[in-house]
Write a protein that binds this ligand. Structure first.
Ligand code: PEP
Ligand code: MG
Length: 763
């Protein structure tokens, strides 16, 4: 059975499109399990009904016409239980209901297994037989395994709109729909969806009818011509380093593009009505699958070449094929994975909201959106990226909800929330020049996390009293090579001059993990446990030294205190090594004639091992800062970017609170200041808890600063300690969050925490 299973999964990869893969599935399953009828029912997200979308064994016109309500019949029973139902005599079961158009009562044996994706039943796979028989355990297991394997494809098809097409052919107007993601950046944004499709991912290209075949052919010619030119150029460049044998691959690529091979195949498909991108996808995936099935391992490997070639041509096609309409003034950016450079393509003031299908609140895309104050929902995996373009979208960044085509009622409700928010923001502007201290006069440093020059003014406008985290990897990521020492100096100087005489904390380069540099690729199985932060820069002292020299020079002649901060420290030796390099850089800069002060040196606590070394570390350095984003990730073993586990990313997990309190205590025992610069510091709940623990610095994105200042100025240190003391006795983050929020509401601060009800939509 394992072989059969593998074969089915492999064949699925070769099927041209979702529709074909469903047909293939029901046919194969009927054959392998020797079932008379095999059907797939998929749930319609808007109506909740299960519609038969593929069938083997019944009259073909039942497909697309038979549908059951969520709890109707045996299919409904499987969906409700989310478990297989195996009956030798289905029609006698109390939940059996005769469905119009189906001769179901003649089929006795019934096996239904749910298709479950991330706890949701997306569909039901059913096999039936006239005979009275109970399916064997291994048959149940086979179908269940297959259903689990295809669940991801089904979810993806929902996201791409393929499923809607199956159930309601030709229905172009999307109904009102609500999708759940995870809160990215708090706030409400209403606008028109503008979709940035991923470049060149073959699998995601939808099948689509060509509007004009000649234009599609022309577009394809240009793309293929460009691919040829690229390959020839690379071949020539490689001639210096590779022998003719190794370069044969490029000749093979060129042959594949020939008319007799892929090129011709794609053209034929375009002529029969498919648009160029769809035709290319079909041809490439089919060809790649053929190679994949070959016995010979060399030939099997060629499938990767075919795909690579396909990606290349597709990238060109997406470049040359069709003009994008201009983006709307009030746009909601929707993309599979929203990245920092993507955001930079649009005028920030026109970005009303962001919806990212991948990632979570701690992804760097979300962190940048937070810095810019754009309401964002992350990990909204199911938003139909291919059909949402130009539709009205509401982004509820408080609760991670996305409404597409909202009704007038939903729109009005959110319109009201938005107006309240704007009024609140105006009120907060008045706090700018007031000190950040609690009602009983306890002062807290509210600093900003920064990385872009464009954030300087916003940060100062919001009353930032210093920079608590300068993410130097941001300017590093902007170019196509490492910046020179002078380029770095100029960028750092701009920030330091703007903030002078306020303190500026410069973190040394923290690349790796989810912060790649395009020109310095790091290929690793497990990047978050790999070559990250200080591990990279200590292995490349030339990068480290250049960066520290640039920081020191940027600080020359200014009053502002330079604080150099080391990321991802896990062992004491790393600190000693980095300090030696900083000392050396300082001497060099002084020798060059600069008048520079000795910088302060600090360490980030973001790896659990460092928690237990806090006192040791505190003795060695001038300050410490907790990177609660990474600390949560490593403490709880939860990837900060993975929406599947986003609800497990609990920054106020009881263990986190204990750890955060211990860190603060250890630092103070050594008389060293301690800050926190993860996203937690910028939330009202986190701020109250951290003040209660005695953190000296809260560093956050500028957008969150006024709200946190308002909260701090409205509570007393005693309140914060009392709230913390009770929170430390609680057993779950839900309980902790609910408690802190209740306390804020009781103190009249409900506007600081999300407090609106998410409106329901009528299905
Ligand atoms: C952190 O890990 O909390 C942090 C502030 O650093 P970054 O988010 O840049 O990894
Ligand atoms: Mg970090």
């Amino acid at each position: 059975m394992l072989d059969a299973l593998r074969q089915v999964v492999q064949d699925l990869g070769a099927a041209p499109g979702f529709r074909a893969s469903l047909d293939l599935l029901v046919a194969r399953v009927a054959m392998i399990l020797d079932a008379e009828v095999s059907s797939i029912y998929l749930r319609d997200r808007t109506t909740g009904r299960f519609t038969m979308v593929a069938n083997e064994g019944l009259d073909t016109n039942v497909v697309g016409h038979v549908s059951l309500a969520a709890h109707e019949g045996l299919v409904g029973l499987v969906a409700e239980r989310a478990e297989p139902v195996n009956l030798d005599e289905g029609p006698t079961h109390e939940r059996f209901s005769k469905v119009a158009g189906l001769p179901e009562d003649v089929f006795n044996a019934f096996l239904g297994v749910p298709i479950v994706h991330v706890r949701e039943v997306l569909g039901v796979f059913v096999i039936q037989d006239r005979r009275k028989r109970r399916y064997e355990e291994d048959e149940v297991a086979f179908l269940a395994t297959l259903a689990a394997q295809i669940a991801g494809h089904v979810s993806h098809a929902e996201a791409t709109g393929d499923i809607g097409g199956l159930a309601r052919p030709g229905d172009a107007k999307s109904p009102e729909a609500r999708f759940r993601g995870v809160p990215g950046v708090p706030g409400i944004g209403v606008g028109t969806a503008y979709v940035v499709l991923p470049t060149a991912r073959l699998e995601l290209v939808p099948d689509q009818e060509a509007t004009d075949i000649d234009t599609e052919l022309e577009v394809f010619e240009r793309a293929i011509g460009q691919a040829r030119a690229d390959i020839e150029r690379i071949n020539e460049q490689m001639a210096k380093n590779l022998g003719p044998e190794e370069r044969e691959l490029f000749d093979a690529y060129l042959h594949m593009l020939d008319d007799a091979a892929l090129g011709g195949d794609v053209r034929d498909r375009i002529r029969s009505g498919q648009w160029a991108q769809g035709a290319l996808k079909q041809a490439i995936l089919e060809q790649a699958a053929t190679f994949e099935q070959m016995q010979d391992s060399y030939l099997r490997e060629r499938s990767a070449d075919v795909r690579e070639l396909g990606q290349r041509v597709l990238a060109n096609l997406q470049d040359v094929g069709g003009e994008r309409p201009p983006h709307p003034d009030n746009m909601v950016l929707v993309a599979e994975e929203v990245t920092a450079p993507m955001m930079a393509d649009f005028p920030i003031e026109q970005l009303r909201g962001i919806v990212s299908l991948k990632g979570s609140r701690n992804s760097h895309g979300a962190i940048l959106a937070d810095a810019l104050g754009i309401p964002t929902v992350m990990g909204a995996m199911d938003v139909p990226i291919y059909t949402v373009e130009s539709q009205t979208v509401i982004v509820d960044g408080y609760y991670g909800e996305v409404f597409v085509n909202p009704s007038a009622v939903v729109r009005d409700t959110y319109g009201q929330f938005e107006a309240e928010e704007e009024e609140f923001a105006r009120e907060l502007e008045g706090l700018r020049d007031l000190p950040s201290e609690t009602r009983d006069g306890y002062a807290i440093n509210l600093w900003v996390n920064i990385g872009l020059v464009s954030e300087i003014t916003r940060s100062l406008d919001r009353g930032a009293e210093g920079i608590g985290l300068f993410r130097t990897e941001v300017p590093f990521a902007m170019g196509d090579r490492f910046p020179t020492e002078e380029e770095q100096r100029a960028a750092y100087r701009e920030h330091m001059e703007a903030f002078d005489p306020r303190p500026v904390t410069m973190r040394t380069l923290d690349i790796g993990g989810d912060k790649p540099l395009s020109y310095f690729p790091i290929e690793e199985e497990n990047p978050f446990l790999g070559w990250r932060g200080i591990r990279v820069t200590l292995d490349h002292p030339e990068i480290f030294l250049g960066q520290v020299r640039a920081m020191l020079k940027a600080n020359a002649g200014l009053e502002c205190i330079l604080r150099i901060m080391l990321p991802m420290v896990s062992r004491i030796e790393q600190i000693a090594e980095a300090q030696a390099l900083i000392g050396r850089a300082h001497r060099e800069v002084v020798e060059e004639g600069y008048d520079v002060k000795t910088p302060m040196v600090g360490v980030m606590i973001e790896i659990p091992a460092a928690i237990y070394l806090t006192r040791e570390i505190a003795r060695m350095v001038d300050f410490l800062a907790v990177g609660s984003n990474d600390l949560t990730q490593y403490m709880l073993a939860v990837d900060r970017n993975n929406p599947r586990v986003a609800d497990l990313f609990e920054e106020v997990h009881p263990s986190m609170l204990i750890a955060l309190r211990e860190i603060a205590k250890s630092c103070h025992a050594e008389d060293k200041p301690v800050g926190i610069c993860g996203e937690l510091a910028g939330t009202p709940e986190g701020a109250v808890l951290c003040v209660g623990m005695g953190y000296d610095v809260l560093s956050m994105n500028a957008a969150n600063l006024p709200r946190v200042k308002w909260v701090i100025r409205s509570v007393s240190l005693r309140d914060c300690r009392r709230i913390l003391a009770r929170a430390l006795r609680m057993r779950s983050s839900e309980e902790i969050l609910a408690w802190v929020r209740d306390q804020l509401v009781d103190a009249g601060l409900e506007r600081a925490v999300p407090h609106h009800e998410v409106p329901a939509i009528l299905g």
